[in-house]
Design a protein around this ligand. Structure first.
Ligand SMILES: Cc1cn([C@H]2C[C@H](O)[C@@H](COP(=O)(O)OP(=O)(O)OP(=O)(O)O)O2)c(=O)[nH]c1=O
Length: 206
């Protein structure tokens, strides 16, 4: 069954510069089209269900615009004591999130969905979890970090790939999953779907 042709590319359904940078690292041919879905939590929704649902909604919304094309959507959250932390609404919330995370281990979940507009039965929806330990932080350290602005568009109010690398003491699991896209798992899925080499090399393998 042919699920690609010479014009095939991947669409990344995301406005996250981190996801774009991560995917670019795989040297795949892709274009970026952000989704506009509502990312609210549903009552009683578990972390895994939440990230998988949002990843699928993001991918599906954008996929509808691109016939016969693969689309990738993703969603990342931080979870501590069963509480889901998304992106902080303001600096107060960012300080509050960082106080909860300081001196503790938390989980980072990223869900991702790969959907093909012409072959809905081929879709893949997965989630990956990593553990992150953030060192003890004084209120002044938290306030200073929030003032940098970096926490504001990041789940859990920190960026492991940025200034936040100075407060992450250790992680267990996938690093790219924490940044926003588990590349090893995504690459494996693209390989299993038979499009990884094609997306890297263009028509060479078509
Ligand atoms: C924990 C963590 C999250 N993040 C980012 C990744 C995501 O961009 C963001 C989580 O928000 P998301 O809602 O997953 O993504 P987004 O709104 O930025 O982009 P889109 O929905 O269009 O795909 O947090 C980091 O950059 N570094 C980190 O260490």
């Amino acid at each position: 069954m042919a699920v690609h042709d010479n014009n095939t590319h991947l669409v990344l359904a995301s406005g996250s510069p981190r996801r774009k940078d991560l995917l670019a690292g795989l040297k795949l041919r892709f274009k970026v089209v952000p989704s506009k879905i509502d990312e609210s939590l549903m009552n009683g929704e578990q972390p895994v269900d939440h990230v998988r649902r949002l990843a699928l909604e993001k991918a599906s919304e954008v996929s509808a615009l691109f016939p016969d094309t693969w689309t990738l959507g993703a969603d990342t959250i931080v979870v501590i004591d069963g509480e889901i932390l998304g992106k902080p609404a303001d600096e107060d919330e960012a300080r509050c999130m960082l106080s909860k995370l300081a001196g503790r281990t938390h989980e980072v979940y990223t869900g991702y969905a790969l959907v093909h507009s012409g072959h809905p039965e081929l879709r893949r929806i997965r989630s990956v979890v990593s553990q992150v330990y953030i060192r003890e932080l004084s209120p002044t350290e938290i306030a200073d970090y929030v003032k940098t602005g970096e926490p504001m568009d990041k789940a859990g109010a920190y960026a492991i790939q940025g200034i936040g690398s100075g407060i992450v003491q250790r992680i267990q699991g996938s690093y790219t999953n924490v940044v926003g896209l588990p590349l090893c798992e995504v690459a494996k899925d693209l390989q299993e779907l038979g499009i990884y080499d094609f997306l890297q090399n263009g028509s060479k393998n078509a």
